[in-house]
Design a protein around this ligand. Structure first.
Ligand SMILES: Cc1cc2nc3c(=O)[nH]c(=O)nc-3n(C[C@H](O)[C@H](O)[C@H](O)COP(=O)(O)O)c2cc1C
Length: 409
């Protein structure tokens, strides 16, 4: 990518990380991810957020700074909105190249700079309402937004241009092309980034949804014309769209969620798979929006995205060694960790002799305080009989009604 001017004195820089990596060492990024940084130039120059030494990210950033004719020693301030290493991993080596740079971060951020990078000098601690005047009409204002998504997080606002540098808030997965602003994207490209923002939210931010709501409220008095997140596209045209989208995602924390169902199932010897065909037939007939995943073949990152927005979950799980099929237990455990709470649930599955899946399901619900409402179930021995299949079909029909009645209108 090239450095891109967003408004007079403000540039977007981005390092693209390829699909061959896992985000947070855990989440697949089949379409890559961007690490965004920004330059704000008044009489003094500030660089907002850094990159990690990940693939050639520092080199990409350095090349873009060169395009702007910016030597490192001309940058006076390095603003660290958030200390997670994807935005700071290069810090120690960057500082060696620019020893006089002043690092600007929150009090908790300063602690992390010391603890992660052993840097003690030239750190300016800021709190909500503090400002730095860069000269030539450019000012940076700071607002703490704790737990979006680490405790030290802040955002930076430049009032003359109405630009909010929001770090992880309002971000998404997906590498960037030269068309990195919302106003340049086709409907199809918007759809792509929309799902990548949902997946990013469900994987990274979901657990902190109440803090997201608090941050959106705290920032609501700012006149925001452009939103510059640390991952994904920049919102120059319709910044309210991504704010509304994030507010909607945050609302799924308490529910209700969308009138949709996520069907997740696994099967060793196709007995539960056979019953799944019946479940799918009913879902298709009903016309309800549903998302189907088989585990362990399909990844948890995508499952969480659809589960996060779905009012209904259907779980197909055979019994395995007196417990549920382990990949299903992994999915439910992850839903617990990511606070996919308060959903309507229907489950079905095959067992051989004593069963055991249900016991583990109840124990996971209890352990993670999931508050799931199990409105129906259909377990069966071995291969499902015609009667079993009828019971499953009727159960799913009833379940769809419950989901539609209780979902967001
Ligand atoms: C490794 C393994 C462990 C199993 N453990 C149990 C068990 O503890 N209790 C039980 O009732 N059935 C158990 N079964 C039987 C399965 O639950 C049964 O075969 C079921 O039909 C499998 O469904 P599927 O074909 O959808 O995988 C086990 C099967 C396998 C292969």
């Amino acid at each position: 990518m090239n450095a891109k001017q967003l408004s007079p004195g403000i540039w977007h820089l981005a390092a693209n990380i390829s699909k061959d990596n896992l985000f947070e060492g855990l989440w697949p990024i089949p379409h890559g991810v961007s690490l965004n940084s920004y330059i704000v130039e008044g009489a003094d120059i500030a660089l907002i957020d850094l990159v990690r030494e990940w693939e050639d990210a520092p080199k990409q950033l350095e090349t873009q700074l060169k395009e702007l004719g910016l030597e490192f020693n001309r940058i006076k301030y390095l603003i660290l909105n958030h200390l997670e290493p994807d935005h700071t991993g290069w810090l120690a080596n960057f500082k060696k190249r620019n020893p006089h740079i002043e690092i600007v971060t929150t009090k908790k951020g300063a602690d992390l700079v010391r603890e992660f990078y052993f840097i003690e000098d030239n750190i300016r601690v800021v709190k909500t309402g503090d400002k730095i005047d860069l000269g030539d009409g450019k000012t940076l204002e700071f607002y703490e937004v704790p737990n979006v998504h680490w405790p030290e997080t802040m955002v930076t606002y430049e009032p003359a241009s109405g630009t909010l540098f929001s770090c992880d808030a309002f971000g998404s997965y997906g590498s960037l092309t030269e068309k990195s602003c919302d106003c340049e994207l086709s409907e199809k490209e918007h759809e792509f980034y929309e799902f990548e923002s949902l997946r990013y939210y469900a994987n990274i931010v979901a657990s902190f949804s109440t803090f997201v709501e608090r941050a959106i409220k705290a920032l609501s008095d700012l006149e925001i014309k452009t939103i510059c997140p640390s991952h994904g596209i920049v919102w120059t045209d319709r910044p309210q769209d991504i704010v509304e989208r994030y507010a909607r995602y945050a609302s799924y924390y308490k529910g209700p969620c969308e009138p949709e169902i996520t069907l997740i199932w696994g099967s060793m010897y196709d007995n539960t798979a056979y019953a799944t065909d019946a479940v799918r037939d009913v879902l298709l007939e009903s016309g309800i929006t549903f998302h189907e995943y088989r585990v362990p073949e399909q990844d948890i990152s995508h499952i969480l995205a659809h589960a996060w927005k779905s009012q209904g979950l259907i779980l197909g799980m055979p019994t395995y060694e007196y417990h549920m099929f382990p990949p299903m237990a992994h999915v439910i455990d992850m839903m617990g960790r990511k606070h996919v709470k308060g959903r309507k649930v229907f489950w079905y599955g095959s067992f051989g002799w004593s069963g055991g899946a249900e016991k583990e399901l109840n124990s996971l619900i209890e352990q993670h305080k999931l508050g799931w409402d199990i409105t129906g179930k259909a377990d069966f021995r071995g291969r499902p009989t015609e009667e079993d299949i009828e019971k499953i079909k009727q159960g799913v029909r009833d379940f769809i009604k419950t989901v539609m009645e209780s979902a967001k209108k």
